[in-house]
Design a protein around this ligand. Structure first.
Ligand SMILES: Nc1nc2c(c(=O)[nH]1)N[C@H]1C(S)=C(S)[C@@H](COP(=O)(O)OP(=O)(O)OC[C@H]3O[C@@H](n4cnc5c(=O)[nH]c(N)nc54)[C@H](O)[C@@H]3O)O[C@H]1N2
Ligand SMILES: Nc1nc2c(c(=O)[nH]1)N[C@H]1C(S)=C(S)[C@@H](COP(=O)(O)OP(=O)(O)OC[C@H]3O[C@@H](n4cnc5c(=O)[nH]c(N)nc54)[C@H](O)[C@@H]3O)O[C@H]1N2
Ligand SMILES: [Mo]
Length: 843
């Protein structure tokens, strides 16, 4: 090999470009338009917008030439991504120009519903579509059944308040149901029940000296993907990086150490680390405090008197020790979690050496378990012991992002809208505490909808409107969603770019504007120590006859309601969304949309105080720069003011105790009964401290000896990129995966024992069913476990994603294999933590 690295890169970049143009790309985004100049020859312009590929909500810019979007980059004005984007932002081009998009409104003419049943969609006008929807909604309302209408929200922008909140509430239904609990809700309980933060965290990648990445792969997914890709090399130079994940991933491939935990045993590993930190006197004294006489009484197996320890920023460290930690040695943990005791000691000691500049990055892999609240708390409690909560190099809350919230709706609610009806998802019932922000019954339980609706408990549902969601694919126990739609008369409307699985059950399909490229909106997020507000705008003329899901469609429906005598929603939209500069009321749905974005973002773009963040000056300038950055993070601002019951970082969670007691009282039982019904092991005081719970598993070890590990692909934009050829072509960027394939990754030792060849076929079965899959040998997965990336296995969506559109998938969807269950304290869907036992046989 005589080729230099630089020349090699040049050569491969050229080959890549040829492949991209020549491979029959969906829509051929890069091909010159007829009679126009080639890329590079005609003038063009970078336009600011935001990637909607994941919850990073990355500020980006798109280069537009002759009205075509041709290239994507990170927005250089962003302080959170430093002008970078991740591989997925580029897929936007194929999404918007995908020839398989829904191009006009359609209605179903075949009343029969089911997988493989042709809906016999026929094109209709926007007017007919909106009239039909408005008639149905008004009919329900006039019959006193407004609550039998539900709004389903999948991915969204912050404009969702107009359709998700305002439209649903003013119309008079309690059922605005989001996807949050099939997302990563259980993770939030880790920081909430310890430090009162019901949110995802930011992690200080600039200053961290030890990074413990636990149950996620931040180079591939999570919420700061571009920034992590940019920073990871620096972090490796400065800090020790350790990854806890049953399978190797992009981060552990580079990290100093990888602890391949047995799925679901995270709690054992975490409490054993805490045990080492306490017995060896390694906690961060300035945060946690110390024994009054400086003598460490944390000795294996020994109870400690509470009054001997004086805590500073924390609550209950001695209680935690006495109730849970005193016997939880690394030797005990090793047998459960599969990580050698020596590694547990070493990791705890190395981490403590770096305290308080320690980032314990908690991800869904350690939280979205059946007993996930407690593993999430156990992992996050390490940030307390390290004094790294809200500290330099540690785990941070967000900076305030300036913006206006949803206006008050009270004046627009009539008798129907004021009626108190229960929500359909059974939140707040004994088996579903769903304690978002510690309030019982306040969290959504998305994936329980099929069961609740089929049982008609609390009642039946007659109509649904969903946007940017695909629950029959994205929810575990996916079969239940299909059954619900096939067997119940639910008039369903889908606002979508593609005919996905959910669309195939719809009665009306409305072509939605593609979020990143065709729609006005904004998003708020945090990353790299800054908060930000980032704009989305139509960078091109919409490719098809589409409308914006969160703004234009509800506005047009409001007009239709008004024509039918119900004016409240239109009144709200007309009165509250005058142009903030001219005071002019919106003339149509387009003006309404821009007025609304302008109104919600005004405090940011009009900000004049540099202490708050960027001073942009005008709406025009905001559209150009695309992003408003807050001032940088103020460390330790929350010390002494945590939003917990004690205002301290709680190792003994008075906050969880209060919430559990409230839920028990609501249901006239005691806390132990709640824990029993909700399938937790703790009883008594243990329920209030981070502690170990054994993983709950579907399928016995005898019948289903392997454990299934589900994970995200670097190229997944949740479920939205599956029809891109670039997704398929570059699939090999996921460690262990292959392009144009969806393989089950098996340790060669396991596969050989079963006589399965590398590249051979196998049958995989769980309690939910049996599926065929291709097997790939991979040492990056621990024996006894098998892994497959989530994202493929569509039987609808488009020509690339499915084998026979509307009928057949070329592989299986992980959510058909994984049975539906929950971390009931949060309502979150469990898909990690080893809940899915599987059997593998040679096929
Ligand atoms: N590339 C990509 N990035 C995304 C998204 C996307 O679709 N694609 N979506 C965005 C969204 S909506 C979200 S919610 C976030 C979530 O994304 P992340 O926060 O990164 O988390 P997941 O990939 O859901 O977490 C699964 C990880 O946990 C590991 N795991 C599985 N079981 C266990 C276990 O028992 N213990 C431990 N310790 N680990 C386990 C898996 O191997 C995998 O690495 O990502 C966002 N970013
Ligand atoms: N097994 C497994 N399941 C998972 C995950 C996993 O890691 N493993 N991840 C989970 C997570 S974190 C999340 S957040 C959920 C996401 O799950 P959902 O909220 O259901 O979102 P998507 O699957 O992305 O589906 C979005 C649908 O919207 C449509 N669509 C695509 N682009 C647009 C657009 O621009 N506008 C509109 N209006 N519609 C559009 C398409 O029909 C697409 O199918 O999935 C969850 N499901
Ligand atoms: Mo998510």
């Amino acid at each position: 090999m005589r080729i230099s690295r630089r020349n090699f890169i040049k050569a491969s970049a050229a080959a890549g470009a040829i492949a991209a143009v020549g491979c029959g790309v969906s829509g051929n985004a890069l091909a010159p338009a007829k009679g126009e100049k080639k890329i590079g020859e005609a003038p063009g312009k970078w336009i600011s917008t935001s990637c909607q590929g994941c919850t990073t909500w990355d500020p980006i810019q798109i280069f537009v030439q002759d009205g075509r979007a041709v290239k994507v980059r990170g927005n250089p004005n962003s302080k959170s991504n430093h002008g970078t984007c991740c591989p997925r932002a580029h897929l936007t081009l194929q999404q918007v120009y995908d020839p398989d998009r829904v191009k006009v409104p359609m209605k179903r003419t075949n009343p029969k519903k089911g997988r493989g049943v042709d809906p016999q969609f026929v094109p209709i006008s926007w007017d007919e579509a909106l009239n039909t929807i408005a008639d149905k909604m008004m009919e329900l309302r006039n019959n006193g059944e407004a609550h039998k209408y539900m709004l389903n929200r999948g991915r969204y922008t912050h404009m969702n308040v107009l359709i998700y909140d305002a439209m649903t509430k003013i119309y008079g239904s309690p059922n605005n149901i989001s996807h949050s609990s099939i997302c990563a809700e259980a993770e939030k309980s880790g920081s909430f029940f310890t430090e009162g933060l019901w949110d995802y965290r930011d992690y200080d990648m600039v200053n961290t000296k030890f990074m413990l990445i636990w149950g996620l792969d931040p180079l591939s997914s999570n919420r700061q993907v571009p920034y992590t890709i940019k920073m990871f090399g620096d972090i490796l130079d400065r800090a020790k990086v350790v990854v806890v994940d049953p399978k190797m991933n992009a981060s552990s491939a580079k990290a100093h150490d990888w602890l391949p935990v047995i799925p679901g045993e995270d709690g054992a590993l975490a409490v054993a680390m805490a045990h080492v930190i306490l017995t060896e006197g390694l906690w961060y004294k300035e945060f946690v405090g110390d024994f009054s006489d400086g003598v460490n009484r944390f000795k294996m197996g020994e109870t400690v008197a509470e009054d001997t320890f004086k805590e500073i920023q924390t609550n209950g460290v001695v209680k935690w020790w006495n109730i849970e930690l005193k016997d939880k040695t690394p030797e005990w943990a090793e047998k459960l979690c599969g990580v050698p005791a020596s590694k547990i000691y070493q990791t705890a000691r190395d981490m403590a050496k770096a305290a308080p500049n320690v980032a314990v990055w908690l991800g869904p892999g350690a939280a979205m378990h059946v007993r996930g609240t407690y593993s999430a708390m156990s992992v996050h409690a390490l940030s307390g012991l390290m004094g790294s909560s809200d500290n330099i190099g540690g785990s941070l809350a967000g900076m305030k992002v300036l913006g206006n919230g949803l206006q008050k709706l009270d004046g627009y609610l009539d008798e129907t809208a004021k009626k108190k009806n229960k929500k359909i998802d059974q939140r707040g019932t004994l088996a579903f505490p769903a304690m978002a922000s510690g309030k019982p019954g306040s969290g959504v339980i998305t994936n329980n909808l099929p069961d609740a609706i089929m049982a008609k408990k609390p009642y039946d549902i007659k109509m649904g409107l969903g946007y940017m969601n695909n629950f029959p694919f994205s929810g575990t126990g996916a079969q239940r969603w299909e059954k619900m739609f096939a067997e119940n008369e639910i008039f369903y409307v889908h606002l979508t770019t593609h005919a996905s699985e959910l669309t195939m059950f719809a009665d009306i399909v409305l072509p939605a504007a593609q979020t990143t490229t065709e729609k006005w909106a904004y998003l708020k997020n945090k990353g790299g120590q800054f908060g930000y507000s980032t704009i989305l705008q139509p960078v091109i003329k919409p490719v098809w006859d589409v409308k914006a899901d969160e703004t234009e469609i509800p506005f047009l429906l409001a007009k239709k309601f008004a024509e039918r005598g119900f004016t409240n929603l239109l009144d709200f939209y007309m009165n509250e969304f005058k142009d903030v500069e001219t005071g002019k009321a919106p003339a149509d749905e387009k003006e309404f949309t821009v007025n609304a974005v302008k109104y919600y973002t005004q405090p940011a773009w009009a900000n004049a105080d540099p202490a708050q963040g960027d001073v942009i000056g005008s709406w025009e300038k905001f559209k150009e720069v695309g992003v408003w950055n807050s001032a940088s993070y103020k460390f330790k601002g929350r010390w002494g003011k945590y939003k917990t019951v004690t205002q301290k970082f709680e190792f003994y969670s008075e906050t969880l105790k209060k919430a559990l007691n409230e839920h028990a009282a609501n249901n006239k039982v005691d806390v132990d009964k709640v824990l029993e019904v909700c399938n937790y092991e703790a009883r008594g005081e243990k329920a209030f401290v981070p502690h170990y719970e054994s993983p709950f598993r579907y399928g016995s070890m005898e019948e289903y000896p392997f454990t299934f590990v589900d994970h995200k692909s670097r190229l997944n934009k949740e479920g939205r990129s599956a029809n891109c050829t670039w997704y398929m072509e570059f699939k090999k960027v996921d460690a262990g995966d292959a392009s144009w394939e969806d393989v089950l990754k098996m340790n060669p030792a396991d596969a050989q024992k079963l006589g399965i060849a590398d590249g051979g076929m196998a049958k995989i079965s769980s309690v939910s069913g049996t599926f065929l899959t291709k097997v790939r040998y991979w040492e990056g997965i621990r024996p006894g476990t098998v892994a497959k990336a989530y994202g493929q296995g569509h039987w609808a969506y488009g020509k690339v994603a499915s084998k026979k559109f509307g009928k057949e998938a070329y592989t299986f969807n992980n959510n058909e294999l994984i049975p539906a269950d929950y971390d009931r304290l949060t309502g979150a869907t469990a898909r990690n933590g080893g809940l899915c036992g599987v059997k593998i046989e040679k096929a």
